[in-house]
Each structure stands twice: as C-alpha cells, then as structure tokens.
Design a protein around this ligand. Structure first.
Ligand code: GDP
Ligand code: MN
Length: 381
C-alpha cells in the first residue's frame, strides 16, 4: 500500500524527521485559510499516488492567500497522470539551497534493508544510478546491529554537509531506518531532502510503500488505506477479502487461481477483447465468495459480459454452481454470463446450472470466444 505524501510526512514527524509546516486542503477556500495562517509564501501540492507530480504540473507556488486560493482552484480541477486531485498539501514554500536524496528500501536479494543517499536529489534516482553511480552511497543494514551513528555518517559523508548538518543528517537517517523497520515499509524515500537556505535539513517530499501483509499489525496504516481507496469495485472486493484488480476492458472475469486468471485474461485479449478485471476467487471457494465476486464484477458499469472460468481441484464445481445460482437470483444480472466449469464434481455442478440462463462452454477458448461475442451483443442468453 502507498501512502499519500501528507500521510507519509506525518509518519516522518513521528520519528523526529523535520518536515515543512503545512496542512491538507480540500477546497480553494481551505487553501486560502491555510496560506493565511502560515503567513508566508506556500507550495500547493496535489495529493495523488504517482511520482513526478512536479513535472506533471501538480505543484504550484503562491505568494499570497489570494494566489493560493486561485492556484488551489486550478489544481483541484486537474488530473495528474490520469488521477483526479481531491486534496492538496499546502505548505510553507521553503527556499532550497540543495536537493539531496535519502531512502530505505528492502533489498530482496541481500535480504536486508538498504539505505541509499545521494547529493543528486530532486530528480529520478534510477536515472542517477544509471548515469553516475558514483554519486550514490549504499548501506546494507545488518539487522542485528541497525543503523549506528557511524553508519549514518558513512551515508552522509559524501554529501559535503559540514559537521552541524552531518549531525542532523545522521539523526534523520537513523529515524528513517527505525521507521521502515517498525512500520513494515518496503520503501521509505525522501526526495528531495532539502538543505534549506537557512542551513537546515527538511523532508520536502516523502514516499512510503507499506507491506500489505503486515497491515494486520499496523492498524493506523490500515485505516489510512481505507481512506485512500478510490475505486468502488476494489474497495468492495477488499471488504470481501477477494483478490481483485480493476481494469479497463468490458469482460468481467471470475477465475479460481491467479495463473488461470492470467491465462483467461490473455485469451480474452487474443480473441480481440479486453478484461474488465482480474479476479482470483482462490482455492476451495465457497458459494458466498462466488456471490460476492459476481456482485463486485456486475457493479462495474463497463462490464458487457462475464466469463466464469473454474477448473475444479480443491474448488468444487457444485459449490461454485450454487454460488452462481444464488447470485443470479439475488443480483439479476443484465449482461450475459459465460460459464466454463470443469474438474472436481463437474457433473453435479453442470446439473445445478442446467436450468439457468447461462452460456455454457467446455474449453477455455470456446468460453473466451463466446464471452467476446456476447460482449459485442452477438449472443443472447
Ligand atoms: P514529485 O515531483 O511528485 O516528486 O514532488 P516533490 O514534492 O518531490 O516536488 C518536486 C520539486 O518541487 C522538488 O524537487 C522541488 O524542487 C520543488 N518543491 C516542492 N516543494 C517545494 C518548496 O516548498 N519549496 C521549493 N523551493 N521547492 C519546492
Ligand atoms: Mn519527489
């Protein structure tokens, strides 16, 4: 899970990492109020979960509350890389002398958290790593030792900070590592870490990726995830514990097993159409899960046909069939459903579905062809 910049900065502050003064604004009037209360020029920053907002026009500077209100009105109407801007972070605009880079990320190959620092901050760090790797300093952290002051100084030494700032840097590096470890983050990145004109260090931007599998022990972060989720289908799917990703095509897919789901999506593409979603109902799914999955798929107005592809192993075809029947009764779908149901208890499953208004298929390619034709209005039920 990704956190919004303002959420990430609040976490940084919990670890005594300095951030600019600021507040979130959801309207131009609120942006004006925040700018007025800060009493100085502000930066207005679109809160969207993509990188490179600056280049995409998602960051505006404003000298007065009037200008902040106008800039907020413009930003709140924008889309940044296809995402609507619902909130702005309005912060004091800090005069910056130099932009540095500092991050902690999980290095899976090394099985360690790794810290990276660079004097070339503000820009795309992957680009720096490719073009001038000598400008990057790495520290693989021994989990038994952690980040000691001498490690932090090793990271900070190439940044030519001077002794007072190096001490600030060391505290930030140690705080960042503690945060990554305690908050189960894959990545915590400060880019830029600004050296301000008045000679301090300040986290101007913050990016955090949290391990979803750890959210059960990070209840405050899990609550943020709820707040950040904007796709209604994905929210509904998560509430039912379904493995669902919303896509842009028009054929809804319900499949057991991630590999089979991928294959199903590929074959839909091969027959000239596109999947509306990825949905893996998992192994041994009960009828209730099938109903919940179909409910999510059918609540997407883009869906013109549904393809249910079940290869029964641990999953029992009769159980899935009962779920389909229940869903047909409860939801009364307006679009055609294509069903391929093979494997464990196949005959029982087929018998349960015999009287239903469904398009049945035996092979996957037959099922995909029928779904593509049905979505185009070429097949009735
Ligand atoms: P990103 O483009 O999504 O990574 O957004 P950032 O928060 O990193 O901002 C991009 C750039 O905008 C930074 O590298 C800075 O150059 C500039 N910027 C952002 N906030 C401020 C600020 O408060 N003061 C100044 N002077 N520049 C800022
Ligand atoms: Mn940035």
């Amino acid at each position: 899970m990704k956190l919004q910049e303002y959420q990430a900065k609040q976490l940084l502050a919990q670890y005594q990492i300095p951030i600019p003064c600021g507040e979130v604004a959801m309207s131009p009037a609120e942006a004006r109020r925040v700018a007025a209360s800060l009493g100085r020029p502000v930066a207005l920053k679109a809160q969207v979960l993509v990188g490179g907002r600056g280049k995409a026009g998602g960051i505006q500077l404003a000298d007065t509350p009037d200008a902040a209100e106008a800039a907020a009105a413009a930003l709140l109407q924008k889309e940044i890389k296809g995402l609507p801007v619902r909130a702005l972070l309005v912060e004091e605009a800090v005069p910056v002398a130099q932009e540095l880079y500092l991050s902690v990320m999980l290095d899976r190959a090394a099985q360690r958290l790794t810290m990276i620092s660079s004097a070339a901050g503000g820009v795309d760090i992957e680009e720096v790593a490719r073009q001038s790797p000598e400008r990057i300093t790495r520290l693989r952290v021994d989990p038994g030792v952690g980040v000691r002051a001498y490690h932090a100084r090793h990271l900070g030494a190439p940044l030519s900070l001077g002794s007072a700032l190096l001490a600030e840097f060391s505290a930030i590096a140690q705080g960042l590592y503690a945060m990554a470890l305690e908050r189960d983050a894959f990545l915590v990145e400060i880019n830029p870490l600004a050296r301000t004109a008045d000679g301090h260090l300040l986290a101007l931007d913050a990016k955090i990726l949290v391990d979803d599998n750890a959210l059960y022990r990070q209840p405050d972060l899990a609550a943020l995830q709820e707040a950040n989720e904007t796709d209604p289908q994905e929210r509904q799917a998560r509430q039912h514990g379904l493995n669902y990703v919303h896509l842009s095509g028009d054929i809804g897919c319900m499949v057991n097993g991630a590999g089979l789901a991928m294959a199903t999506m590929d074959i839909i593409q091969a027959y000239g159409s596109a999947p509306a979603n990825f949905l893996d109902i998992g192994g041994g799914a009960r009828a209730e899960v099938v109903v919940a999955g179909l409910r999510v798929i059918l609540s997407d107005p883009q869906v013109k046909a549904v393809l249910i592809n079940i290869f029964g192993g641990i999953t029992r075809c009769d159980e899935v069939a009962r779920g389909i029947v229940q869903a047909l009764q409860e939801i009364r779908p307006a679009v055609p459903l294509v069903v391929r149901l093979v494997g464990t208890n196949e005959a029982e499953g087929q018998a349960i579905l015999a009287e239903q208004r469904l398009l049945m298929a035996t092979t996957l390619s037959e099922a995909a062809q029928k779904a593509v034709a049905a979505a185009r209005g070429g097949l009735g039920r």
